[in-house]
Design a protein around this ligand. Structure first.
Ligand code: ZN
Ligand code: ZN
Length: 345
């Protein structure tokens, strides 16, 4: 069976005709299989939704109880038959509950990896390499210039700055689903045990992570704190909040931003970020290329991000490769676009 007869790009998203579903559809569909909770992948208004329990919970928290007509929680490794295909979820290492979807029809296996990273993250199940015939990869950081390095070193930079400026507050811009919790967990791994403060928009999802057994230490709402009491503290906030009047409640704040884009100095300067932290929930160039090679796939389809360089790299390695030209994805987790729920105070 030709891979394009199993999965094909359609206006609503990646469509599996023999299985009767779409993966991460950007428009309402009858049956959606969803890789993870970021708002560009997990949208409301579908009929049936299949996803991990965590992804379903995050959709419920964000969109309310009626976000879909029906839901089915799928565990990692569980096999489900839909029409003429079998699907299986595997950990993607991107955020809590994130999954790659393996779609098998007759003898052909295609893996739609959603967003993923191969770096260690204490807040989610590690990425798993899934052998397949066709690997569908994102390309958010699909240029050789993107090498993220060790996230622990970035957190050490933050702690060094806190030690150096005890009279100032440290404000860390981080996306509210995944990145914020990872930064907190990384701080705890470095032995930082003081309370960490949260912007109001971070609270629901962070408390949800805790309810799933992710230990994050003592967390406090920044709301209602006296300005002077925030000297020497660390507060996590949505990136948009770190450049608005909301920051006036902090004593002489040092503004940090945790993102893979912080590798690009000009971006940090443009945003007025004093302390750029290169911490990403996406694979970097080395991660993307190593993963493609490890899957053993002979064919690679490249979705959102910097497709061209990755397609070219695949071809030089003798792999069939093409961009998928799916529209509607620009990850909330890394893009400059801030989700509506993060813009609130
Ligand atoms: Zn994502
Ligand atoms: Zn994405």
């Amino acid at each position: 069976m030709r891979p394009q007869d199993i999965l094909i790009p359609a206006p609503a998203g990646l469509c599996c005709k023999p299985g009767g579903f779409h993966i991460d559809p950007v428009r309402p569909v009858e049956r959606a299989v969803i890789t993870h909770g970021h708002s560009d992948h997990a949208r409301p208004g579908h009929g049936a939704v299949l996803a991990t329990q965590e992804t379903l919970d995050m959709m419920r928290l964000r969109y309310g109880d009626n976000f879909a007509s029906s839901t089915q929680a799928v565990r990692y490794g569980e096999e489900i038959t839909l029409g003429e295909v079998k699907i299986k979820f595997h950990p993607a290492g991107h955020v809590l509950g994130s999954a790659q979807i393996a779609v098998t029809c007759k003898d052909t296996c295609i893996v739609a990896s959603g967003d993923y990273k191969d770096a260690i993250d204490p807040t989610c199940t590690p990425f798993e390499v899934v052998p397949c015939d066709v690997f569908i990869t994102e390309a958010t950081f699909g240029l050789p210039v993107f090498r993220h390095g060790d996230a622990a070193d970035e957190v050490k930079k933050l702690l060094a700055s806190v030690a150096l400026f005890p009279e100032r507050a440290h404000l860390v811009g981080a996306y509210s689903l995944g990145k914020a919790q990872r930064v907190i967990a990384l701080l705890r791994e470095q032995g930082y045990d003081a309370p960490i403060y949260l912007h109001g928009a971070m609270e629901t999802i962070t408390r949800y992570y805790e309810s799933r057994g992710i230990a994050l230490g003592e967390l406090r709402a920044v709301q209602g704190m006296k300005k002077a009491d925030l000297a020497g503290t660390i507060t996590l906030a949505p990136p948009s909040a770190t450049s608005d009047i909301w920051t006036r409640r902090f004593p002489d704040p040092v503004t940090a931003f945790a993102s893979g884009w912080m590798r690009v100095r000009a971006r940090a300067r443009q945003r007025g970020v004093e302390l750029p932290l290169v911490i990403s929930d996406h694979a970097d160039w080395d991660g993307l290329t190593a993963t493609i090679a490890a899957t053993g796939a002979g064919e690679v389809w490249v979705t959102h991000g910097q497709e061209d360089a990755l397609v070219h790299w695949c071809k030089t390695r003798g792999l069939a490769a093409r961009p998928l030209d799916l529209v509607g994805y620009g990850d909330e987790g890394e893009s400059e676009v801030v989700a509506a729920d993060e813009a609130e105070a």
